[in-house]
Write a new protein. Structure first.
Lengths: 98, 497
């Protein structure tokens, strides 16, 4: 019995920009469900007195001083750019989003 | 686009507004890395592994930015969280190379404040829902499309200099019950926020450079009905546009509702040219940003001592300052609003401090200099004239060496770069003609030219004297003291002034 629906898989695929064919939605729903169930087992050992944790280190307020320092020069910064135009990163056009 | 006249729309509908303002902080370095934040640098020259999202780079929060947002929160009467986290807002769009923006979600650092604004003598409390910390995005330029807008663009180019600059988002609660004042309330709120940010010294708040940006939400409902569907108007880049955008949405939504239609929940774009709004992305399908706590940044827990220390650094609030100056200068709310809206309050205060009478300081800045500034497309305060210059010219007027007309000529020359007032006076030979000889000559000539006027004055119609005085001022190219000319004229004709 899966808790992940076909619609969930389609939604996640869209968010992740993955093309998943209709006939494979059930297949991935099952797989995702196995993964979620495995992770859920962690919850079984967490007692009520163990608070949820977002950070593995017990640190607070790590700040830096507001001092500007040179970063990368442009050649280095853009070395991995797939395309460049006017010293800017050139990217494919974006449809229907801003 | 169909619209209903504003006044008519308000006879049937009540507007509900909400404002989201983004303020780019004026820190030296970015929010999570040490790149410079200078405006106008060559593209992609203020970037590093952190703000370019290169593998392995780790963000560290800028203390000055956190202090700034706490001070903003305190000035807006907010509660400051004892503990909060940054969050990742995930989305695919090339303005952020990480594919997420570091922001805050359900744990904003400041909550539940307010800002009072005065519109038409009425104090309206705008409640603040939240003030949270985030980072600005890179700047995209779309190419290939006919309009430069995103639709129809073939590709885009990105400059990441702006990506990662600390950005503070200030979100109001919904503001109800403002009726016809809604557009003015929106504008005044943003203006008041701008003045507050300036007073706090946390941002240069230049709407034209994008360091203060506003999204205006608006919905309409019939009296007694639940709130309607709201639209969010973006691209509102000046105070005037804030007012126009809200006004237009009222007119447009009223037409939709009148026709029995329904308002679509969507993002709209304000069109500076004709003051309308155009539809953008539809928001019918809720966004799914999959926010989660940012694992690379530890929680922020401002100690109460730190917060109280920051509270002590708050400046006099703009509204308090305005009230103080209005009283000192003996002017009313309207005159004060004029100075604020013209952006000359600071410079007038500075001019008064330089020894100029408040009335004279206001007169020069709101007249002569505002005009000169708009001709040159600069802010009045950026004109090449100083408070000391004005003080000197006023001295020369008081001593009788200059009259108003000559003083204006002096300032024209000062603005043209001809030097200080004294240098201009000397170089141009500007001085009130104080020798009576040439004045009497000019008076005689004017009387000879206008004998009928001379007769009227002799018969006691003193208001006719203006024509002769005017003629004399013209012959002396404005270098005479009009009061003295009048005196001499009446003496000449043997009439009692
Ligand atoms: Zn950087």
């Amino acid at each position: 019995m899966t808790n992940i629906s076909r619609a969930d898989v389609a939604h996640l695929a869209r968010l992740a920009r993955l093309a998943i064919p209709e006939d494979q939605l059930d297949h991935y729903a099952e797989q995702l469900d196995v993964i979620l169930q495995s992770v859920a087992r962690v919850g079984e050992v967490a007692a009520a007195d163990v608070p949820a944790m977002s950070h593995p280190v017990p640190l607070l307020n790590v700040f830096r001083d507001d001092v500007a320092r040179p970063g990368l020069d442009r050649e280095a910064a853009m070395a991995a750019a797939p395309a460049i135009e006017d010293d800017r990163f050139r990217v494919p056009r974006i449809l229907d989003e801003e | 686009m169909k619209t209903v006249p504003f006044d008519e729309a308000l006879t049937r509908y009540e507007p509900v507004i909400g404002l989201e303002v983004h303020v780019e902080l004026g820190t030296q370095s970015k929010m999570f890395c040490s790149c410079s934040t200078n405006f106008g640098a060559a593209p992609n020259t203020q970037v590093c592994p952190v703000c370019l999202a290169l593998p392995g780079a780790m963000p560290v929060a800028n203390r000055a930015a956190i202090e700034s947002i706490i001070r903003i929160g305190l000035a807006l009467n907010c509660s400051i969280a004892e503990w909060c986290r940054m969050a990742r807002k995930n989305y695919f769009y090339p303005d952020m190379p990480k594919d997420y923006q570091i922001s805050q979600y359900d744990e904003p650092i400041c909550t539940d404040g307010y800002l009072d604004v005065t519109v038409d003598g009425k104090v309206i409390r705008v409640e603040i829902e939240r003030v949270h910390m985030e980072e600005d995005t890179g700047k995209l330029t779309h190419s290939g499309g006919a309009t430069g807008r995103i639709h129809g663009a073939d590709y885009s180019v990105v400059d990441y200099n702006r990506a990662g600059i600390p950005l503070v988002e200030i979100v109001t609660k919904t503001v109800v019950g403002t009726g016809a004042l809604a557009p003015a309330v929106a504008r005044t709120y943003v203006a008041e926020l701008r003045d507050l940010m300036r007073a706090l010294g946390v941002s240069d708040v230049k709407m034209e450079e994008g360091s203060l940006r506003c999204d205006a939400n608006l919905s309409l409902n019939r009296p007694g009905d639940p709130w309607g569907t709201r639209t969010e108007t973006k691209n509102v880049n000046s105070l005037r546009s804030v007012e126009r955008a809200v006004r237009f949405e009222i007119e447009r939504q009223a037409a939709v509702l009148d026709d029995g239609g329904r308002v679509h929940q969507e993002t709209r774009h304000f069109q500076e040219g004709d003051g309308t709004t155009a539809p953008g992305r539809s928001k019918e399908q809720a966004e799914d940003y999959r926010y989660f706590p940012e694992p690379d940044l530890v929680p922020i827990a401002p100690s109460r001592e730190w917060v109280e220390k920051l509270r002590l650094t708050l400046p006099e609030l703009p509204s308090v300052r305005r009230a103080r100056l209005a009283e000192a200068w003996a002017i009313g709310e309207f005159e004060m609003a004029t100075l604020v809206n013209a952006g000359i309050l600071d410079i007038v205060e500075e001019t008064v401090a330089a020894g100029v009478a408040p009335d004279a300081a206001r007169k020069w800045w709101s007249g002569e200099f505002t005009r000169a500034a708009s001709e040159r497309g600069v802010e009045p305060a950026d004109l090449p004239v100083t408070s000391a210059d004005i003080a000197r010219v006023e001295e020369l007027i008081a001593s009788g060496a200059l009259n108003d007309k000559l003083a204006r000529q002096v300032f024209e020359a000062v603005l043209a770069g001809e030097g200080s007032p004294d240098e201009v006076v000397a170089a141009r030979g500007l001085a009130v003609v104080s020798d009576d000889g040439p004045l009497l000559e000019a008076i005689d000539a004017a009387l000879a030219e206008q004998p009928d006027v001379a007769e009227k004055i002799r018969s006691g119609k003193l208001q006719a004297a203006g024509a002769i005085v005017g003629a004399v001022m013209k012959t002396t190219r404005g270098q005479a003291d009009a009061g003295r000319v009048r005196e001499l004229l009446l003496e000449r004709l043997g009439v009692e002034g």
